[in-house]
Ligand binder design. Structure first.
Ligand SMILES: [Zn+2]
Length: 198
């Protein structure tokens, strides 16, 4: 029994090492782009018009990287690829964050996202970004959007998103237009840790 337990632990350890290595290799191959003067983050992303296995694989990789960085959204330019693909997190309970709401979270890779309609009202959200480390700031976003996008199987979707989900999508879509949240901050850019002025 002891031998069996030991063996299975070693097996899990090996699986963990293989998985860890592969995501670390992906991170090297798709390096995270940071800071406001980065050229890649300041180039407009191109529409995906050829749907092949490479794009499908990239959509998966973008989702994997989003999990690996433990973030709620990621856009292709942030990992050195100027094409219109974003990875986003949505959740059903959109106006609060708690353990219960974590259970109904799901993630989607969106290709060629396009906002068809949006609310008139905007709401202020505190945002941060993997590409602008250690900083945060208040940005005004539409409270709902109707979005058209294609999934990794090239299928078209038209769907309404509200609150948190809508904000994440708007933030990630800004990356495709070379916009960072720091360009839109309505008051002060602050340091995440101590909230002091940047
Ligand atoms: Zn961002």
């Amino acid at each position: 029994m002891i031998i069996l337990l030991y063996s299975s632990n070693i097996l899990y350890l090996h699986i963990f090492i293989i998985m860890y290595n592969s995501i670390e290799q992906i991170k090297v191959f798709y390096p995270l782009q940071t800071w406001e003067d980065n050229q890649i983050l300041r180039e407009k992303s191109e529409v995906v018009d050829i749907f092949d296995d490479e794009i499908k694989e990239f959509a998966e990789i973008l989702l994997d990287l989003m999990y690996a960085y433990d973030w709620v959204g990621l856009a292709a330019p942030q990992v050195w690829k100027n094409i219109r693909v974003i990875a986003t997190t949505q959740r059903k309970e959109t106006n609060k964050w708690n353990k219960k709401s974590r259970k109904i979270i799901w993630e989607t890779a969106m290709i060629n996202p396009e906002i068809l309609e949006h609310s008139e009202e905007k709401k202020k959200w505190e945002e941060a970004c993997l590409s602008v480390p250690w900083l945060c700031g208040d940005v005004e976003r539409w409270t709902w959007i109707v979005l058209k996008y294609q999934d990794k199987k090239w299928k078209f979707h038209v769907q309404k998103y509200t609150w948190f989900s809508a904000v994440v999508i708007q933030h990630e879509m800004d990356h495709l237009e070379w916009i960072l949240f720091t360009d839109k901050v309505i008051w002060k850019i602050r340091k995440i840790d101590d909230k002091s002025e940047y």
